[in-house]
Design a protein around this ligand. Structure first.
Ligand code: ARG
Length: 527
C-alpha cells in the first residue's frame, strides 16, 4: 500500500505514545486533566468528589515540607497534591523533549561563545544534554508531577548528571521563551508533515485522475444527477483543494519561522546574548522582534490548527463521497480491504471505517482549533498559565491529521472504481438534459430559458416512458418542439456531453488530460 507510512520526524511516535497514555477529560479517581493513576504512578485512589480525599491531599505530609526545587525559594510550603496535578504538563509536554533539548543545546553553546558561562561549563552541559537525549530515546521520559514539565524534568536530570554546572543553563532565558521555542519547532515540523502528507495525497489523486481522464460518471448537485462528468475531473477537484491546503501549511510555516529564544520571561535579558546565533542553530530564519509578543504569541499554533481544520474539512468531504460511493445503491467504488473493516454479525459487510473516521476526525480537529482560540481569547500580555493548555489540542489535531492524510492517500491509491456502474448511472439520470437545451440554443437559436422549458417537457416524457433522453423517438421530440431534428442525438450521449465541456477548467477528457499533465509536472512526477 502506497502512502500509508507516516512521515517520520519529531513528535509523531512520541505524540502517539503520550496521547495514548493520556485520556483527555476527567476520569473517575482523578482530578485535573484526568491523567490516569496507572500512567503517572501517583497514588490517587479516591474519587475526586470524596471530601476525605481532598482533605487528605491538603494535609499531605510531603506538601508541607517539600517545596519545589526549581522555584521553591520564596515558598514556606510545597504545593498541595491538587496544585501538583493541575500544574503538571509533563504528561503531555514530554512530547516536546527533542525540541527542548535542541533548544537547550543551542542556548548553552551560545552562552559559552558569548562568555556568559565558561566554555568548560558549556561543554559539560552539552554532553549532559546529549546523554539525556539518549536516555529519553531509549527509556522514554519519566513523569514526575513535582517537576511540572519537560523543561524542569530535563534540568533536574541534568543536575543529577553534571551537578552544579546544570544551574547555569537557565541563565538569560525563562521557561516562557523556552516553551515558545520548543512548541514552534514542534508545530513547524507538524506543518512539514502535513505538507508531505498532502503531497502524497496529491500524487495518488493525480495518478488515479490520469487513469480516469475519460471515465464517465454522473456529476451531482444536491446529490441529484446533474450533468455527466469525468472521474478524473472529480478527483482533480480534490487535488486543487489539497494544493491550497498545502500552501496554507507552507504559509503558516514561513510565518512562524522566527525564534523566540532569548526573549526570556517577557522583557528580554541584560546578558549579552546572541539571538541570531540561537535562531540560526535551531534552523529559524530570524529571531522574533518583540519579546512580549514572542512569549505570548500562539498564532503560529492557531495558524497550524486553522490550516489543519480546513484540510480536515476537505478530507471529510472526500471521505463522505467514498462512503456514499461504496454503498451498495451507488456501487461506484470498492475500497481497499486494508482500509476497511468487517461486521461481527453480518458476514457480507465491508465497512468504510477508515473513511468514516477521517470524516469524524475532522470534527475533533476543528474542535482543537476552537479550543485554542477560546483559551487565548482575552489573555493579557505576556505569559499566563492558561497557555500551557495550548499543547493537547495541537498534539491531538496533528496526530489525527497525519493519520487522516495517510489513510486518505491509501484509499485513493488502492480503491477500485466500477467504471461500468458509473457509466450506467450517468446514462440513467437524464444527465444530458442541459445538452439538449444547449443544442436548441446553438442549433435552433432558441433563447436558453425557452430551451430549458422544452427540455423539461422532453425529460418528463422520457421519464414517463422509462427511457433515456436519447432513446426518445425523433417524432416525439419534434412533437414537443418542431425545431428539433435528428442531429440532436449526437449531442445527447454522455460522451458528447463531457467532450463538449471543453472550456478551461471543464470536465472534457482533453482538459482533464492537460490538468493531469500540469499537476504531474508541478509534483515532479515525470522527471
Ligand atoms: N509548562 C509551561 C507551559 O507549557 C512552561 C512555561 C511555564 N512558565 C511559567 N511562567 N510558569 O506553558
Amino acid at each position: 500500500m502506497k502512502g500509508l507510512i507516516l512521515a517520520g520526524g519529531i513528535g509523531s511516535p512520541a505524540w502517539l505514545r503520550s496521547m495514548a497514555a493520556m485520556p483527555l477529560g476527567l476520569t473517575a479517581g482523578s482530578v485535573g486533566r484526568g491523567v490516569s493513576c496507572a500512567d503517572s504512578g501517583a497514588p490517587l485512589s479516591q474519587p475526586a468528589s470524596s471530601s476525605a480525599r481532598v482533605t487528605g491531599i491538603v494535609s499531605d505530609e510531603r506538601d508541607k515540607t517539600g517545596s519545589n526545587a526549581m522555584w521553591g525559594g520564596r515558598f514556606a510550603a510545597g504545593p498541595s497534591a491538587i496544585m501538583r496535578e493541575i500544574n503538571a504538563s509533563i504528561p503531555f509536554d514530554k512530547a516536546l523533549w527533542r525540541e527542548d533539548i535542541a533548544g537547550s543545546r543551542a542556548h548553552a553553546a551560545m552562552l559559552g561563545v558569548q562568555g556568559i558561562i565558561s566554555g568548560a561549563d558549556a561543554a559539560v552541559i552539552d554532553a549532559g544534554l546529549a546523554r539525556i537525549a539518549e536516555e529519553y530515546e531509549r527509556d522514554g521520559v519519566s513523569e514526575d508531577w513535582d517537576l511540572e514539565d519537560i523543561h524542569m524534568t530535563t534540568e533536574s536530570r541534568l543536575t543529577a548528571l553534571i551537578g552544579a554546572a546544570a544551574g547555569r543553563l537557565h541563565t538569560a532565558r525563562s521557561r516562557n521563551d523556552q516553551v515558545a521555542t520548543d512548541f514552534r519547532l514542534w508545530v513547524r515540523a507538524a506543518c512539514e508533515r502535513a505538507e508531505a502528507g498532502l503531497e502524497a495525497l496529491q500524487r495518488a489523486l493525480v495518478t488515479r485522475a490520469g487513469e480516469h481522464a475519460a471515465t464517465i460518471m454522473p456529476g451531482f448537485t444536491h446529490l441529484q444527477t446533474a450533468q455527466p462528468v469525468t472521474l478524473g475531473h472529480h478527483l482533480l477537484a480534490y487535488y486543487e483543494m489539497a494544493r491550497r491546503d498545502r500552501s496554507r501549511f507552507a504559509d503558516a510555516r514561513a510565518r512562524m519561522d522566527e525564534c523566540p529564544l532569548g526573549s526570556a520571561a517577557l522583557a528580554g535579558t541584560g546578558f549579552p546574548i546572541d539571538r541570531d546565533a540561537t535562531a540560526q542553530a535551531l534552523g529559524f530564519a530570524r529571531p522574533t522582534a518583540n519579546s512580549l509578543d514572542a512569549v505570548s504569541d500562539r498564532d503560529f499554533a492557531l495558524d497550524y490548527l486553522s490550516a489543519a481544520a480546513q484540510c480536515a474539512l476537505h478530507l471529510s468531504r472526500l471521505a463522505e463521497e467514498l462512503i456514499v460511493w461504496a454503498s451498495q445503491p451507488f456501487g461506484f467504488v470498492c475500497l481497499p480491504d486494508a482500509l476497511s473493516t468487517g461486521s461481527s454479525i453480518m458476514p457480507q459487510k465491508k465497512n468504510p471505517d477508515a473513511a468514516e473516521l477521517v470524516r469524524g476526525h475532522s470534527g475533533r480537529i476543528t474542535g482543537a482549533l476552537v479550543s485554542l482560540m477560546v483559551t487565548m481569547k482575552g489573555l493579557p500580555l505576556a505569559y499566563s498559565k492558561d497557555m500551557q493548555d495550548d499543547k493537547p489540542p495541537v498534539f491531538e489535531a496533528a496526530g489525527l491529521l497525519d493519520l487522516s492524510l495517510a489513510a486518505m492517500a491509501g484509499m485513493i491509491a488502492d480503491s477500485t472504481f466500477d467504471t461500468a456502474r458509473m457509466r450506467a448511472s450517468a446514462d440513467a439520470g437524464f444527465a444530458t438534459a442541459t445538452d439538449l437545451a444547449d443544442w436548441l440554443v446553438r442549433e435552433a437559436g432558441v433563447p436558453f430559458r425557452e430551451a430549458h422549458h422544452i427540455t423539461g417537457a422532453a425529460v418528463r416524457l422520457a421519464e414517463s416512458r422509462g427511457v433515456a433522453l436519447d432513446r426518445l423517438p425523433l417524432a416525439d421530440l419534434q412533437a414537443i418542439d418542431a425545431r428539433i431534428n435528428e442531429r440532436v442525438f449526437a449531442a445527447l450521449s454522455v460522451e458528447s456531453s463531457v467532450a463538449a465541456r471543453a472550456s478551461y477548467g471543464g470536465t472534457a477528457p482533453v482538459r482533464v488530460g492537460e490538468q493531469v499533465k500540469a499537476a504531474r509536472l508541478s509534483l515532479g512526477m515525470d522527471d
